[in-house]
Design a protein around this ligand. Structure first.
Ligand SMILES: [Zn+2]
Length: 409
């Protein structure tokens, strides 16, 4: 316990960094570094939705109870009227900036917006991953894990001009991907590959076979990007296994989840029965109100809700994780259902279970404090269609390993 540090503080209103304050006021009974008091705690991993206090010490969750005395903590956040969740997990982001056109900086756009853990979905491949690890994964305050692109150059080019990473199969060498994953087992948690015509040409099914080979050899899950593929969806789904992930589930491009009559394709239902997971991955081109609504009406809810945050959508229509979560409130999911898909479910995909996505004592001291605003809000999908909503989640302060991160403008 570092008594005397500049972090010493007493109670402070939310939204303001608490002023330095002597711990003496606490009569010397300091048990915790931080106490988040009086918020509505939603932790689906423990079936909790109610008022609780969260105590954090030495970077870990120390206690989760109804009435922890203020005097036991060096610093107190008054969270009455706020939503308190396990640190949010965004399963699909691009946080390898300045290499290629996609990457954004994780700390301002993710951590300060409520997300303590992000999965980078294939921005780097075997050739570029060492730089991603050294300059981002090891330096950013956001916890970053990677799905390594099976194509060794990763996403160094966009779709214009047409230089898709899978157009030249010489870059798609499963052994290179497997080797890089095995060298970085602590941070590479799976593989990624993209199947849109402009990124693959006619090579998508061959790319899928090579991705399958890499995933099987490394015993890691595979995430596939769908939407506007050259080949039909069933050609990829038939090669997917339990624990693999389909992202961009609600895109409106050809070869999506719905058939021409608006019904969920039988091969999609079959894949879900086999344990294949379906993720949102909103992005600049992959989330349609209409498709999402039709799927939800047929009882097909996403397993995980993610942003696919990158340069072309961070200033809209995606913005951040709380905005994406708000869109699913608008589509009729309850707040606990939305939180489950951004905490517990997301943690389970990569077996993060006991460490993150939960407020169980002993877990990482990662907490998101959010405000559920009521009013009139406009939300826009990737097709430019807007809908009016009455509730909007907004980040207030994020706790990562016991440290506080406030939103920047
Ligand atoms: Zn993406």
């Amino acid at each position: 316990m570092t008594v005397g540090s500049s972090l010493l503080a007493g109670s402070a209103p939310l939204g303001a960094d608490p002023a330095p304050y002597s711990s003496q006021r606490n009569n010397g009974v300091i048990l915790y570094d931080l106490l988040i008091k009086g918020g509505r705690v939603i932790d689906p991993s423990q079936q909790i939705d109610g008022t609780r206090d969260v105590a954090i010490h030495s970077g870990k969750i120390a206690r989760l109870e109804t009435n922890i005395p203020v005097g036991h903590a060096r610093r107190v956040i008054r969270a009455e009227g706020h939503i308190v969740t396990p640190g949010l997990i965004d399963l699909h982001t691009h946080v390898f900036p300045f290499v290629g056109p996609y990457g954004i900086e994780a700390d301002p756009h993710c951590l300060r917006k409520g997300v303590t853990t992000v999965i980078d979905a294939g921005t780097s491949g075997a050739f570029t991953f060492p730089a991603f690890r050294r300059y981002n994964i090891e330096r950013d305050a956001t916890r970053i894990r990677a799905l390594l692109h099976v194509v060794s150059i990763g996403m160094v080019a966009g779709s214009t001009p047409n230089m898709g990473e899978l157009e030249d199969l010489r870059y798609c060498v499963p052994q290179l991907a497997v080797q890089r994953a095995q060298e970085n087992k602590d941070v590479i948690v799976g593989f990624k590959i993209r199947f849109s015509r402009q990124y693959t040409g006619p090579n998508d099914v061959e790319g899928m076979k090579r991705a399958r080979e890499a995933a099987d050899e490394a015993h890691l899950p595979l995430m596939i990007h769908i939407g506007g593929s050259y080949s039909p969806l069933k050609d990829f789904l038939s090669l997917m296994k339990k624990g693999d992930i389909v992202t961009h589930s609600f895109n409106s491009h050809p070869h999506g989840l719905l058939d021409d009559a608006g019904k969920i394709r039988e091969e999609v239902l079959d894949a879900r029965r086999r344990g294949v997971l379906f993720d949102v991955g909103h992005g600049a081109g992959s989330f349609s109100w209409q498709v999402a609504q039709k799927c939800i009406e047929q009882g097909f809810l996403p397993d995980t809700i993610s942003t696919d945050l990158y340069t072309a959508n961070v200033n809209g229509p995606v913005y951040d994780m709380p905005t994406t979560m708000s869109k699913f409130l608008l589509l009729g999911l309850s707040l606990p259902e939305v939180v489950r898909r951004t905490t517990e479910n997301a943690a389970r995909v990569f077996n993060f279970g006991a460490e993150i996505g939960t407020l169980k004592p002993g877990a990482e001291g990662d907490v998101s404090i959010l405000r559920l605003q009521e009013g009139n809000f406009t939300f826009t999908d990737s097709d430019g269609k807007s809908r009016a909503g009455t509730h909007k989640l907004e980040p207030v302060v994020t706790v990562r390993g016991g440290k506080l991160f406030y939103p920047t403008a």
